[in-house]
Design a binder for this molecule. Structure first.
Ligand SMILES: Nc1ncnc2c1ncn2[C@@H]1O[C@H](COP(=O)(O)OP(=O)(O)OP(=O)(O)O)[C@@H](O)[C@H]1O
Length: 246
């Protein structure tokens, strides 16, 4: 059996906002090919952690390594070029551009920037990859919510990421869209993209994630398979309050 290679290594990372430790001495590793859920109650520091990995925020202390290389504190465009892409909690589709141009906007910023006509065929392939081959010429503002999500995913994939950060990408989808979205993420993982997802949709976490890292008040309180980690007494307490064991 081969040992999995560590793709992302977060070591003793702390990020303060004034006196608040939004991320507090947090450490975890992500192996190549994994889908890992970053979970925790509201305000536990998940989005802050994603912002630290993508470069939107700098840590006050600690290390963040991608394939062994330190990336903590690098600007977001450098981190994107090193192979980390993300989607956002609020969908950010460019409404007055058609889908192909939306995706081409992403193609300019990856490890191998592509522009102009060379980007057309790559853009079409990306839309096909997320099930939107027929939407090349549809304007962003005319898309269903599910298609906006697909487009956002295509734009992130345009960066050819090794690691994809999904910030509540499944939020707001109805049950049948959720099934499609989970299938799509599984397919993308099968294409070699490692993923960290912040998600509140527990069914999706159970069905997609190999492992979970669970945070509370900035710190890690559990780690393991979804079934193991979510059953930890401290996790149950963090989600439901002390009354859960009363
Ligand atoms: N820019 C900021 N300035 C000050 N405080 C912040 C800032 N960003 C986040 N915080 C605080 O840091 C803590 C962690 O916030 P964060 O958004 O990372 O949590 P979260 O787990 O993603 O929450 P949610 O599930 O509600 O999105 C919260 O107390 C939040 O109010």
């Amino acid at each position: 059996m081969t040992t999995p290679t560590t793709l992302l290594s977060v070591g003793n990372v702390t990020r303060r906002f004034g006196s608040l430790r939004a991320v507090d001495d947090l450490s975890f590793d992500i192996a190549e090919g994994e889908i890992v859920g970053l979970l925790g109650p509201n305000g536990s520091g998940k989005t802050t952690m994603m912002n630290l990995v993508s470069g939107a925020l700098k840590p006050n202390a600690g290390t963040i390594r991608l394939a062994g290389e330190e990336i903590a504190g690098l600007p977001p465009n450098r981190i994107a070029r090193q192979g980390i892409a993300r989607t956002f909690q609020l969908v950010r589709v460019l409404p007055s551009m058609h889908c192909l141009d939306n995706v081409k906007a992403g193609l300019g910023f990856g490890a191998e920037p592509t522009w102009g006509s060379a980007a057309d065929s790559l853009g079409e392939a990306l839309l096909q990859r997320v099930g939107m081959a027929h939407r090349c010429w549809t304007l962003g503002k005319d898309l269903t919510y599910m298609d906006q999500k697909r487009l956002e995913l295509a734009r992130a994939l345009a960066l050819k990421p090794r690691l994809l950060l999904l910030d509540e990408w499944l939020a707001g989808l109805n049950p049948s869209e959720l099934v499609e979205a989970i299938e799509l993420l599984r397919k993308v993982r099968g294409e070699g993209v490692t993923m960290v997802m912040v998600e509140h949709v527990m069914d999706a976490i159970r069905s997609l994630c190999d492992r979970c890292v669970i945070m509370n008040a900035g710190a890690k309180i559990a780690e393991g398979t979804p079934a193991e980690a979510l059953a930890e007494p401290e996790v149950v307490r963090a989600y439901l309050g002390d009354d859960a064991h009363a």
